[in-house]
Ligand binder design. Structure first.
Ligand code: FAD
Length: 345
């Protein structure tokens, strides 16, 4: 493989029922920085049916070129069709770097493409950079149980590929009127050649929690001890119209479902306000919430590491402080005059 032939930064633009999902736009923001450092084009890869028109939208988020394959066979995600389409594009246009959202489909596709074009893949990265001297893509992710950040290089194969979790990177502001170029390609596979058929899409309507989109999250850690403590945290969340998050220990104690878990093996969240109640601040939790705009920690241990990442810290017993906060916020939202929180903390 002559790696010199490979250039440009590519981003896989995932769509669901024709709607582009946010992670692709977030990655265009990150990709723009990488492409600018390397002085190459930033390209989006958009597959689907009747999706061509969305290319203009992608230019406004920083794409210079959008490769589009618009075909009924690509309407729904299937590994076989998407892998073939992307593999053909990679072989023809030779990108230097290719990043995908670490969604269920993004992870499936990236790993299939890695085997199809015989290159490496770094999964679930949280930091992307370039070593300009060596012209090498640096994809970093927590490793060894989150105790270190490992920077992974793909030295001998191209493209250098990574998946990035949704919400790890901030979506850039669109620049209206920004223009680019669309390159249309075709896929040779026909529906009758395919063994996998999508018969029906069944939505998980039970899954009411959408922590990744929440503006305010009230999260419980093991310090809340039991179901009574968890109910106390839920009450504060209700008054604030917030979503409830949890550390892994709380999920493992059976106090809530895994959908609520924030962290390395849970979700990455970026709310405006994150209350960390009785959470110690283990790195595996922190990687999932450290990009919140404001972190308010309540912990009875003044040395708790959560205070290293929090903007406001309250040292004290959650069982005293949380009910007081709930009461005060209730008054504020009802328009009653607050007397102020007088906790001895
Ligand atoms: P603890 O660490 O036990 O902390 C409890 C805190 O509550 C303490 O700081 C204590 O001072 C405080 N406290 C106690 N009583 C009170 C009180 N009355 N009032 C106020 N504060 C009080 N963890 C995650 O959260 N998410 C993950 O995705 C995740 N993934 C992991 C993946 C791997 C591979 C590994 C090895 C671990 C992972 N963990 C994850 C676990 C992580 O290492 C920690 O064990 C976990 O985050 C600790 O949860 P905690 O902060 O709730 O509990």
């Amino acid at each position: 493989m002559n790696i010199e032939e490979y250039k440009d930064v590519w981003v896989f633009i995932e769509q669901q029922e024709g709607q582009i999902i946010d992670v692709g736009l977030e990655l265009l923001g990150a990709g723009r920085e990488l492409a600018d450092k390397l002085e190459v084009n930033l390209c989006g890869v958009l597959l689907g049916h009747q999706v061509k028109e969305s290319a203009n939208f992608l230019y406004s988020y920083g794409a210079d070129i959008v490769y589009v394959i618009d075909d009924p066979v690509l309407e729904q995600y299937r590994t076989e069709t998407y892998m073939t389409a992307v593999g053909d594009l990679v072989r023809k246009y030779k990108p230097e770097i290719f990043i995908y959202g670490a969604t269920a489909n993004g992870k499936d596709l990236a790993s299939a493409v890695a085997t199809e074009v015989m290159t490496g893949l770094t999964a679930d990265t949280t930091l992307l950079d370039i070593d300009l001297e060596k012209r090498m893509f640096e994809a970093s992710r927590p490793a060894f149980g989150g105790n270190i950040m490992a920077t992974i290089l793909c030295k001998k194969h191209r493209p250098q590929m990574a998946t990035v979790r949704p919400k790890v990177i901030k979506k850039p502001e669109p620049v209206q009127g920004r223009e680019g170029k669309t390159i249309e390609e075709t896929i040779s596979i026909k529906e009758e050649d395919l063994v996998t058929k999508v018969l029906e899409i069944v939505r998980d309507t039970e899954k009411a929690v959408n922590l990744e989109e929440a503006t305010v999250i009230v999260a419980a850690g093991k310090g809340i001890k039991d179901a009574k403590g968890f109910a106390m945290v839920k009450e504060l969340a209700e008054v604030l119209n917030a979503s409830v998050g949890a550390s892994r220990d709380v999920v493992e104690a059976g106090l809530c479902e895994h959908d609520h878990q924030v962290g390395q093996t849970g979700l990455t969240v970026t709310p405006k306000i994150y209350f960390a109640i009785g959470i110690s601040g283990a790195i595996q939790h922190v990687v999932g919430m450290q990009n919140a705009e404001m972190i308010i920690a309540i912990n009875n241990d003044p040395e708790a590491t959560i205070f290293n990442v929090s903007h406001y810290g309250v040292v004290g017993d959650a069982f005293e402080i949380v009910p007081m906060l709930t009461e005060e916020f209730r008054k504020v939202f009802k328009g009653e005059e607050s007397e102020g929180v007088t906790a001895d903390v």
